[in-house]
Design a protein around this ligand. Structure first.
Ligand SMILES: Cc1cc2nc3c(=O)[nH]c(=O)nc-3n(C[C@H](O)[C@H](O)[C@H](O)COP(=O)(O)OP(=O)(O)OC[C@H]3O[C@@H](n4cnc5c(N)ncnc54)[C@H](O)[C@@H]3O)c2cc1C
Length: 376
């Protein structure tokens, strides 16, 4: 009999795993999603490094949506007054097929969904509890229905309520002390920045990232701004007192619709008390956004589980957890270091950082260690 896999949550992590399993007829799967429909929120851009693009390409990503993707070749670093400091060549991590990619999240979700049959995702489903019955997991849903599966893969995001229902103890996500502000902007509003590349503008206690998300070169803007508490303050007030205080001309970037939210991270990667329950994506660990690896790591984790399931690995849970934790810890360290470096406010330290940055981006040994280890 075919082994059955239940996936909880239809975000990037869950749908990637579904797409991979769908390509192998030896397994049965179903995705359970708590919402009524897929979340295809427009305007939210993501960056995918080559480590995740190579996995998506196995299920045909490079053949699809060519106009709705962009492949930036460089990352340009700027000071807050928009003076260019240096650039990093991203294309050296590309291969002929697998290229650093920027796009709307909705385009990726739609691509992944279109790979599946319409009955592969069951909406309005939330787990109440689970029981281990021999080697199987019995899932009981809040609506009274149930399902019995060989593996339960939990990918329900940073606030994973499934984790709460299953595990005896775990630490809740914590506020990272920063908020994100997003917008989509037309090409003409971007001052002297180069709209072909990713632009990273570093202020005091804040940074902005701007990149094209399709061949029309519509741009995604995300700002990360330090903010001690989660109190609700108007976005305009926050901008006035931070980024715009340092450079009024950046006002041009904030003319469109703005959205903001507090950034949460999880404290430790989670390993289930049940052998055949595994976590992927933000439910496994939520990163600070300063390496742009959340989506890419969700895709990598899905691929790791897929490989272990198809090879019928007897030590699947341990193997997955050890390898995933290692990579996760590497990215946490880099993300925290970037966060510190991007937000330096002391003028002397800023000038030192800029000098060091100019040297490091051209140093092969450094870039292949710092980024190559993550992008491979
Ligand atoms: C400001 C910011 C910028 C970012 N930029 C990037 C970037 O450029 N590149 C990048 O790689 N990553 C980026 N990320 C991170 C990335 O978006 C996430 O890491 C990634 O989307 C996580 O995917 P996921 O599938 O684990 O979770 P989600 O996308 O959160 O999906 C979870 C799904 O589970 C469903 N769900 C929730 N609870 C339940 C439940 N109880 N039962 C059933 N279903 C449930 C939800 O409705 C949702 O569909 C960024 C994050 C932030 C905050």
């Amino acid at each position: 009999m075919k082994k059955k896999i239940a996936i909880i949550g239809s975000g990037i992590a869950g749908l990637t795993l579904a797409g991979l399993i769908n390509s192998n007829s030896n397994f049965e799967f179903v995705v359970y999603e708590k919402e009524d429909v897929l979340s295809l929120e427009e305007g939210y851009g993501i960056q995918l490094s080559t480590n995740s693009v190579s996995i998506l390409n196995k299920i045909g990503f490079n053949q699809k949506n060519k106009n709705e993707k962009y492949h930036p070749l460089k990352l340009d670093f700027y000071s807050i007054d928009c003076n260019k400091i240096c650039d990093l060549d991203l294309s050296k991590f590309n291969s002929a097929n697998d290229k650093y990619t920027t796009l709307k999240r909705s385009v990726l979700i739609k691509f992944l969904k279109d790979k599946l049959l319409s009955n592969s995702i069951i909406f309005r489903k939330k787990i109440k509890n689970i029981e281990q019955i021999d080697k199987k997991v019995n899932i009981n849903f809040i609506d009274g229905s149930s399902d019995q599966v060989d593996f339960l893969i939990v990918s329900d995001g940073v606030f994973s309520s499934t984790k709460l229902a299953i595990e005896k103890s775990f630490l809740k996500p914590t506020y990272y002390g920063a908020i994100a502000i997003r917008s989509q902007i037309p090409n003409k509003n971007i001052l002297n920045l180069n709209s072909n590349n990713i632009s990273l503008i570093m202020g005091s206690n804040s940074h902005l990232v701007l990149y094209p998300i399709n061949q029309k070169k519509e741009l995604n803007l995300v700002c990360i701004i330090r903010k001690k508490n989660e109190d609700d303050v108007s976005i305009n007030n926050i901008l006035e007192n931070t980024i715009l205080k340092e450079n009024k001309n950046l006002f041009n970037l904030f003319k469109g619709e703005l959205k903001s939210w507090p950034i949460y991270i999880t404290n430790k990667p989670v390993k289930s008390i049940h052998k055949n329950v595994l976590y992927i994506g933000d439910a496994f660990h939520t990163f600070p956004p300063t390496m742009a690896q959340g989506a890419s790591q969700s895709i990598e984790a899905a691929n790791e589980i897929f490989k272990l399931i198809i090879e019928d690995n007897p030590d699947l849970q341990n193997k997955y957890f050890i390898d995933r934790r290692k990579k996760t810890n590497l990215i946490i360290k880099r993300s925290k270091f970037n966060y510190f470096g991007f937000h330096i406010s002391n003028p002397l330290l800023k000038s030192l950082r800029n000098k060091l940055l100019k040297y490091l981006v051209k140093n092969e040994k450094f870039t292949s260690h710092y980024l190559g280890k993550i992008y491979k």
